[in-house]
Design a protein around this ligand. Structure first.
Ligand SMILES: [Zn+2]
Length: 296
């Protein structure tokens, strides 16, 4: 078990308990969510050790779900995924002002995004901790994917673009990993970092049922304020923030299900729509945020 002793952002040892969250996805176990008293950073306390956490992941289910076209839910899922892949790729090419270059995807999963960028002519590399996901990406797309150890031996100033789509919230050695990725980024490179937003409208509605707490898989629960403070320590600056519009719907539907509400799909859709509308006028309400990061 990993007891967080020092706040990864401000080093304070003073924390206050926020509430208990349940692992609705895999085990039903409860985990404590804490806030740093000094800087407000929110995290999962006493999360499982790296060698014990695999039982909280169900990769096989995830992969088969990702690859089947059967049923309406999977059809919607595939439609949304290809829409999001194109949207991410377009955003990258617009902000990086490049149609080709070197790209590293940290936490690349089963490789759909890397494959899209590769197809567009980018020179791509991926890092993924799940061996099963790595094997799938290699077999399905012919991509060469490294395990997480690779992050310690990346060549410096190599990548025009680094992406981490919903992966930094899973990383135990947060500061170390940010340092390593920062070093691998070219001086004029851009890092696209997407994570759930713990001050979002959907968090305010669902609180401990908010599906993006996703304990104990999610260790860190970022807000724009805490992300900015964390990155600043590593010589990085947030240049812009973008919403991820589908996340409000997906997270709301899942949160309704976790609450045990009937008609969770419809209720989640309505609530997701409300949260999405709220995020148009204020990005801080957005369920997830894509942070556009550059070296300071
Ligand atoms: Zn702190």
């Amino acid at each position: 078990m990993n007891k967080v002793q020092y706040c990864p952002i401000c080093n304070s040892q003073k924390f206050k308990s926020h509430f208990e969250c349940k692992d609705y996805y895999a085990t039903g176990e409860e985990f404590l969510i804490c806030d740093c008293e000094q800087c407000g950073f929110r995290f999962t306390q006493n999360f499982p050790d790296e060698d014990k956490i695999s039982r909280y992941y169900e990769t096989s289910d995830y992969i088969s779900h990702s690859n089947t076209q059967k049923g309406i839910v999977n059809k919607i899922y595939h439609f949304v995924r290809s829409f999001m892949l194109r949207r991410k790729a377009n955003l990258i090419e617009k902000i990086a002002e490049k149609k080709q270059g070197t790209l590293l995807d940290f936490g690349c999963g089963i490789g759909f995004f890397l494959n899209e960028m590769n197809r567009r002519g980018w020179s791509v590399q991926g890092i993924e901790k799940s061996e099963e996901a790595r094997r799938f990406a290699e077999k399905q797309f012919g991509l060469n994917i490294f395990s997480n150890e690779k992050v310690a031996s990346l060549d410096s100033k190599t990548y025009d673009v680094i992406t981490s789509w919903h992966s930094m919230e899973h990383i135990e050695f947060l500061n170390q990993t940010i340092d390593q990725l920062q070093m691998a980024l070219k001086d004029d490179g851009v890092w696209f970092l997407a994570v759930p937003n713990s001050v979002s409208m959907d968090e305010k509605i669902y609180k401990s049922y908010w599906a993006a707490y996703d304990v104990p898989r999610h260790l860190w629960h970022f807000s724009p304020k805490s992300m900015s403070a964390l990155l600043q320590k590593h010589g990085l600056t947030i240049q812009e923030m973008y919403p991820m519009p589908f996340d409000a719907f997906y997270i709301s539907m899942l949160s309704e299900k976790y609450k045990g509400n009937r008609f969770s799909f419809i209720r989640g859709f309505v609530s997701g729509l409300y949260c999405y509308v709220k995020s148009i006028s204020n990005i801080e309400n957005s369920s997830s945020i894509i942070y556009i990061i550059r070296k300071s």
